[in-house]
Design a protein around this ligand. Structure first.
Ligand code: G3P
Ligand code: MG
Length: 251
């Protein structure tokens, strides 16, 4: 399915997060309305084992609450306002459940689920996410990524048909390409920081049959350069800008 999307694939990073509060249904709906083909979101578990969509380990920056997501129960998280940190117009927006995103948008958007249990790497997040993918029949419409390779192995055991991508930390793309992880996990896709890639590096990956999706690109000149260099996908907060530049570069 990934290969059938417009190329290079544009992933609205945390939704259309330049225009609406990141990782909310409002940001995902807006991305769909803007006409982009894919979104990226950050999944983690609450204290009572529900899969929610939020980037940080704590709720502090993006809601009016305090505390670690993994120590709060769903009911406590759902009481929080996840919109007004961005703008008053979004007051009342909630931290979504992954289930809600799948139910409302799973058939309209391709979804990159980043498994972000970085402070609880052995928790059941991959198991719960895999169950939801099966429940909503989204096997053809999801891509999993993580900085933690163990997550990718765990999800692949449950969903062997779904693509997985290893995320590289800023400055670590060269190291990752040479590391044993490439043999151990053998991901078909790598997600490096955009400023770490070069045309040679992209060519090298393509020769090995790997796709390259770069995070997170918001400036027009960077988008244009990366499209010309042949990246296979970009994560961007501004899908409108990225779609304009893709049309221009592809002519
Ligand atoms: O998945 C691309 C990007 O989202 C990785 O970094 O911190 O924005 O989740 P972060
Ligand atoms: Mg992410």
């Amino acid at each position: 399915m990934l290969e059938k999307l417009p190329q290079p694939v544009i992933f609205a990073h945390r939704g259309a997060s330049a225009y609406a509060p990141e990782n909310t249904l409002a940001a995902f709906r807006l991305a769909a309305k803007q006409g982009v083909e894919a979104i990226e979101l950050d999944a983690k578990l609450t204290a009572d084992g529900e899969v929610v969509v939020i980037h940080d380990m704590t709720v502090d920056r993006t809601t009016n609450g305090h505390g670690e997501v993994r120590r709060l129960r769903l009911e406590e998280i759902r009481r929080l306002d996840a919109g007004s940190f961005f703008s008053e117009a979004y007051r009342g927006e909630k931290v979504p459940l992954l289930r809600e995103v799948f139910e409302e948008l799973g058939q309209r958007l391709f979804i990159n689920v980043e498994l972000t249990n970085y402070n609880a790497p052995l928790d059941p997040l991959p198991v719960k996410v895999a169950q939801l993918v099966r429940e909503y029949h989204l096997e053809e419409r999801v891509l999993f990524s993580s900085f933690n390779p163990w997550n990718l192995l765990r999800i692949r055991r449950r969903l062997p048909e779904c693509p997985v991508a290893l995320l590289a930390l800023e400055g670590r793309s060269g190291w990752l390409a040479r590391s044993d992880l490439m043999h151990w996990v053998s991901p078909r896709i790598i997600h490096p920081y955009f400023a770490d890639v070069t045309p040679e590096w992209i060519r090298h990956a393509h020769q090995r049959g790997r796709r390259i999706h770069v995070w997170t690109v918001n400036r027009a000149e960077d988008l244009e350069t990366l499209f010309r260099w042949g990246v296979d996908g970009v994560f961007t907060d501004d899908p409108i800008l990225a779609m304009q530049i893709r049309s221009r570069v592809k002519g």
